[in-house]
Design a protein around this ligand. Structure first.
Ligand SMILES: [Zn+2]
Length: 453
């Protein structure tokens, strides 16, 4: 049920800071009429019992059944909405071939609005069922289809950040799928920003506009410069790809003699609300620049395994204090599930830590030093880290934050998670959730206190 103006009694978990899992037991969460968390009361606090009884009397108390756990909804920091039809396919070629052979032809199809409607509706519904309450979306170059995605997110109630893709470079973009000029790319971006900001159904600001240069190779200097100026003028979020693969990283070096990060900064595209997807090949000075600008990285572990030629040094970035969240990178990554991507983040960090060549002695096998993360870090970047990256009050249970949450039903018969009789202490249930839960265990999804799944 909708939880606005209600109090939820629940047990669960959130990660208020890196390395710290806050275990919630029978807490009372007051949710306001605007869908934000007003207060959290823990058992043992002086007023707990009286508040609980008062809410029960007025019928405002909702109690989660035992075996169900409340988690913050997932924040997916990198989704190509139009690529959903090819999820799980087209994984057999490198990035630069994948774009031309599979991805540009698919994205060009969104000129067909009936196709856009069908595909985007399925995607948004599936992501909500997967517990993704906030998504940062690349759309396509098309005005109309991008508006369709905005409308569907508003109708279905997903918190979303959406950008019309800008790509105008004749050398890298095919004639059938590119902006006709830098001006068209910039004007089109501005038109979508206005559409989102003045949308009559978007009074609570659930959908945000995003300046979205696809990546440096697909844009001319004029487009990058104009989009940077537009981002500054509007104070919008920015999303793009950064140093993803050997080819992409090498492209900027060849064209400018500088890295993606340096060039994005020069074009005015690197700020507190910028999210750089992948960022696998950052130099030490790139990392420092991103830290100083307070920009964020969308770590995409599954996609990177297919397209990146390397493993992103997540732990190093977190320890340097960079903002990092988790992205599925649909459809570069073959899963729409943030749980599966959380597991992948742990897995690839372990392989980075140990190294992978059995012909080498252990001491020489790893080149990355201490690189391993655990389920706590994975959960942190999938929730809290994503909220911080976006500079939005989501991803944690705190007063003033949006009540964006999911219920994991550990008893779901068709689920993939089993708890046995032994007492699972503290955050060990969360560990099992991260490693074994699946869509069938996600019983409910709320965004801003409204039930959306
Ligand atoms: Zn991407």
């Amino acid at each position: 049920m909708d939880l606005r103006n209600k109090t939820l009694c629940a047990s669960g978990f959130h990660a208020p800071e890196r390395g710290l899992i806050d275990v919630l037991e029978d807490v009372l969460i007051d949710i306001g009429a605007d869908g934000t968390i007003k207060a959290i009361h823990r058992p043992g606090e002086p007023n707990y019992r009286s508040i609980r009884e008062a809410r029960e009397e007025t019928g405002e108390l909702v109690v989660l059944p035992s075996g169900s756990y409340l988690l913050p909804g997932f924040v997916d920091l990198h989704v190509h909405a139009p690529q959903y039809p090819q999820l799980g396919g087209a994984l057999d070629v490198p990035l630069e071939v994948w774009l031309q052979k599979y991805t540009f032809p698919l994205e060009a199809r969104y000129e067909d609005l009936a196709f856009a409607q069908r595909s985007y509706r399925l995607l948004v519904d599936d992501l909500l069922a997967n517990g993704t309450t906030t998504a940062l979306y690349f759309a396509t170059i098309h005005q109309e289809a991008t508006r369709v995605l905005v409308d569907i997110c508003l109708e279905r109630g997903q918190r979303a950040l959406i950008g019309k893709v800008a790509m105008d470079n004749e050398d890298e973009c095919p004639p059938y799928y590119r902006d006709s000029s830098a001006k068209a790319a910039i004007d089109g971006t501005r038109a979508i920003i206005d559409y989102i900001r003045f949308h009559p159904e978007n009074g609570d600001g659930r959908v945000h506009p995003v300046v979205t240069p696809r990546f440096i190779p697909s844009c001319t200097d004029a487009a990058l410069k104009g989009l940077g100026a537009l981002a500054q003028e509007c104070g919008c979020h920015v999303q793009t790809h950064c140093s993803e693969s050997d080819w992409a990283h090498g492209y900027a070096l060849a064209r400018f003699g500088a890295t993606d990060t340096e060039m994005l900064d020069r074009f005015g595209l690197l700020g507190r609300r910028s999210v750089l997807a992948h960022s696998n090949f950052l130099t030490a000075s790139d990392m420092e620049r991103i830290r100083v600008r307070e920009a964020a990285i969308a770590h995409c572990p599954l996609s990177n395994a297919y397209f990146a030629n390397a493993v992103f040094p997540l732990r190093q970035a977190l320890e340097k204090g960079l903002h990092v969240g988790l992205g599925t990178d649909i459809s570069g990554g073959p899963s729409a599930s943030m749980l599966e991507n959380s597991r992948a983040a742990v897995l690839v960090s372990r392989m980075l830590a140990s190294g992978v060549d059995p012909a080498l002695p252990p001491a020489e096998r790893s080149t990355a030093g201490v690189a391993q993360i655990d389920f706590r870090d994975a959960f942190y970047i999938a929730t809290t880290g994503g909220g911080i990256a976006l500079d939005l009050p989501v991803g944690q249970f705190q007063p003033g934050y949006a009540f964006d949450a999911i219920v994991i039903d550990t008893t779901a018969e068709k689920g993939s998670m089993r708890l046995f009789d032994q007492v699972e202490a503290d955050d060990q249930i969360l560990q099992k959730i991260i490693y074994t839960a699946s869509k069938a265990n996600i019983a409910t999804t709320w965004v801003g206190g409204l039930k959306v799944h």
